[in-house]
Write a protein that binds this ligand. Structure first.
Ligand SMILES: NC(=O)c1ccc[n+]([C@@H]2O[C@H](COP(=O)([O-])OP(=O)(O)OC[C@H]3O[C@@H](n4cnc5c(N)ncnc54)[C@H](OP(=O)(O)O)[C@@H]3O)[C@@H](O)[C@H]2O)c1
Length: 263
């Protein structure tokens, strides 16, 4: 099997579970050296499992990407350990419980902006000096809801929309250094985060079952499919910059029953 990202150095934020874990796995399977981070438990187990399988390798570090000093350390540790950086995948983020605008405070919105958006800006800022040396690339994980909106989730949708816009702005600036900056926008992917949100509804199993029908393809996406989309942008899409690759099973297409007007 040919390895599509052999010996390239990749940073993935939030790789201990969910979409980030899928991305780390696909890169390791394709020969890359991956440094990934998270804050809670689980990173060490992923590290051990993926290093055993190879053929690439990975290293786990704890890092809270909402803290600038942690982000600086993340980039420094990568360069210390691997010598350079070829690709940065900004993935760590959070979807808060759904609630209407009337019940959402400015502080909650600011905290989410810090976690979901400013974190992507800072990791990019501190990795770019190294990415420029290697003509590398950045992949930002946004969401299909940046395009189609979502009920009772204005702050989340706003952070994801801003990620798409920031991707385009950075693609413009970094083109002079031959650094590409792209996005993937997953639709519904059944990760621990999705399951947690389903758990806040009256019937989690029914919520999950119903959500399968939101996609034209009639199912959730997988962590591995997100990993393959990221690998495509890093390894193959060498004439793409500033794009937003929807990984959504067609969730944004066709008409549906959407009207909430009852009279
Ligand atoms: N799942 C979906 O359907 C979906 C759809 C569209 C977009 N997305 C986006 O995809 C990304 C991943 O979502 P997911 O569903 O895979 O979420 P998840 O299951 O909750 O996994 C999130 C990962 O990010 C890490 N993380 C969270 N906050 C962090 C922080 N402050 N510092 C470092 N690491 C942190 C988590 O580690 P800890 O557990 O240690 O905190 C975990 O490894 C998010 O940006 C999300 O908005 C998800």
């Amino acid at each position: 099997m040919s390895l599509r990202y052999r010996d390239k150095v990749v940073i993935v934020t939030g790789g201990s579970r969910g979409i980030g874990r899928g991305i780390v796995k696909v890169f390791v399977e394709n020969g890359a050296k991956v440094l990934f981070c998270a804050i809670g438990a689980g990173g060490e187990a992923v590290e051990a499992e993926l290093n055993k399988a190879g053929p690439g390798s990975c290293k786990y570090v704890t890092c809270d990407v909402s803290k600038e000093d942690d982000v600086k350390r993340l980039i420094a540790v990568t360069v210390e350990h691997y010598g350079h950086v070829d690709c940065l995948v900004n993935n760590a983020g959070w979807h808060p419980p759904h609630k209407p605008t009337d019940d959402t405070t400015a502080e909650e919105f600011r905290d989410l902006l810090n976690l979901n958006l400013i974190n992507y800006f800072l990791t990019s800022k501190y990795a770019l000096p190294y990415l420029r040396q290697r003509h590398g690339n950045i992949i930002n994980v946004s969401s299909v809801v940046a395009t189609i909106g979502q009920k009772c989730a204005a702050p989340y949708v706003a952070t994801k929309g801003a990620i798409v816009s920031m991707t385009k702005a950075m693609a413009v600036d970094e083109s002079v250094y031959n650094v590409r900056v792209n996005c993937i926008s997953p639709g519904n992917v059944l990760t621990p985060l999705w399951e947690e949100l389903a758990g806040q509804t009256p019937d989690a199993a029914a919520t999950i079952k119903k959500a399968e029908t939101y996609q034209l393809l009639g199912r959730f996406g997988t962590e591995a499919e997100c990993g393959l989309a990221a690998l495509y942008l890093a390894a193959d899409a060498t004439f793409c910059t500033g794009i937003d690759l929807l990984v959504s099973g067609g969730a944004e297409l066709d008409y549906g029953v959407k009207s909430r007007i009852t009279s």
